[in-house]
Design a protein around this ligand. Structure first.
Ligand SMILES: *Cc1c(COP(=O)(O)O)cnc(C)c1O
Length: 354
């Protein structure tokens, strides 16, 4: 049954806007004035509201805190020179959010609430979208089980919330990464493809061990043999192998919007692209033979971050200097031009809000 959701807006009386220094943004430190909150109960989405950003009040028995029904998305909005605000491909995040929901036995979001709510929230807080090159508004939709009862079963009630905040760069230098060959992020049949909170909790300890060895991040490998490259902690991996742009094809990898966009741009430029298994051996031999000319992490938070060094079994494999990488630099420039509305949008990826 179609249901019309009237999204009411209650504006804040204490704006934080004046405290924001758009020229000195870090990642995830500042939050915008408003948030969207939708409540699910008795089999349907009930209230959907935009309200001043505030704390939640929850029962200690809140099911997500015990059994982990919690999923999220990461999206960015950009300000054009003419003042318009555009969200980059939010329809892809909407699709992925509902896939995550299904896998974790949570209710799907109607388009009207996810996309309609997103548009209205960003319009409400459009003053928080940085008018600065390189900066953007980070958007975090999330949902979790709220039933105040113990016992393992799907929560009967949920909250869907969107919060946002202006951000600068996530990584500001090329990454040194370590190929992980003991710990596992995701196995076939598991939840690796979903953006669920548990995937990040399990990554923190192995990542810290790698950081203790002087690396920035891990490269996860397949759960069965640790022979194939999967992805980095919060970003997909893309390599230029010979004349072909390659990204790992495993089902357990999160299907990122950023890498998909980069592969599509490459294709439109006539570059050969492949989504397929990449073994650790193929990658490292390729680096030694000078056949791997580029390697980078791709994700909404990190955009495109070059990988400078890969550690494996006590040995370091060095990649060509980031400034010499023709494709990475060109595609990052192109993506930026497109997302800030400075060039045509031939793919129709900009979702204009205001
Ligand atoms: C979010 C995320 C990515 C990147 O996805 P985008 O849609 O490009 O932001 C890649 N890997 C993991 C594990 C992620 O959580």
């Amino acid at each position: 049954m179609a249901h019309a959701y009237n999204i009411e807006v209650e504006l804040t009386k204490n704006s934080n806007l004046e405290k924001v220094d758009f020229n000195n943004l870090k990642f995830g430190q500042i939050l915008s004035d408003h948030m969207l909150v939708a409540d699910y109960d008795d089999g349907e989405w009930k209230s959907v509201k935009i309200v001043p950003y505030t704390n939640l009040s929850l029962s200690p028995a809140t099911s997500a805190l015990h059994y982990g029904q919690a999923i999220f998305e990461g999206i960015k909005a950009y300000k054009f020179a003419d003042g318009r605000v555009s969200i980059f491909r939010p329809d892809k995040n909407f699709e992925r959010f509902n896939k995550s929901a299904v896998r974790l036995e949570m209710p799907e979001l109607p388009e009207e609430i996810f996309m309609g709510g997103l548009k209205k929230l960003i319009a409400t807080d459009s003053a928080f979208v940085p008018p600065v090159d390189g900066a953007s508004l980070y958007i975090r939709p999330f949902m979790f089980g709220t039933e105040p009862a113990l016992g393992v079963h799907p929560s009967k009630s949920y909250k869907f919330i969107i919060i946002t905040g202006p951000v600068g760069a996530y990584y500001n230098k090329p990454l040194r990464v370590k190929v992980e060959t003991f710990y596992t992020r995701a196995a076939a049949g598991g939840v690796g493809f979903s953006k669920n909170a548990g995937n990040y909790a399990l990554s923190l300890y192995p990542t810290r061990l790698a950081q203790d060895e002087g690396f920035d991040q891990l490269i996860w490998t397949d759960a069965k043999e640790h022979r194939y490259i999967e992805e980095a902690g919060t970003a997909n991996l893309v390599f230029m192998l010979g004349d072909t742009l390659v990204t790992p094809g495993s089902e357990t990898v999160l299907q990122g919007v950023t890498r998909h966009s980069i592969m599509d741009i490459a294709k439109s430029w006539g570059i050969k692209t492949e989504t397929r298994d990449v073994s650790v051996q193929e990658l490292l031999e390729g680096i030694e033979q000078g056949n791997v000319t580029e390697a980078f992490a791709a994700g909404t938070a990190a955009t495109l971050t070059p990988i400078s060094e890969i550690g494996y079994a006590g040995k370091l494999y060095k990649l060509p200097a980031p400034e010499t990488r023709e494709f990475s630099n060109k595609v990052l420039d192109y993506l930026n031009e497109l997302r800030y509305g400075r060039i045509e949008d031939p793919f129709g990826w900009n979702f204009i809000v205001t």
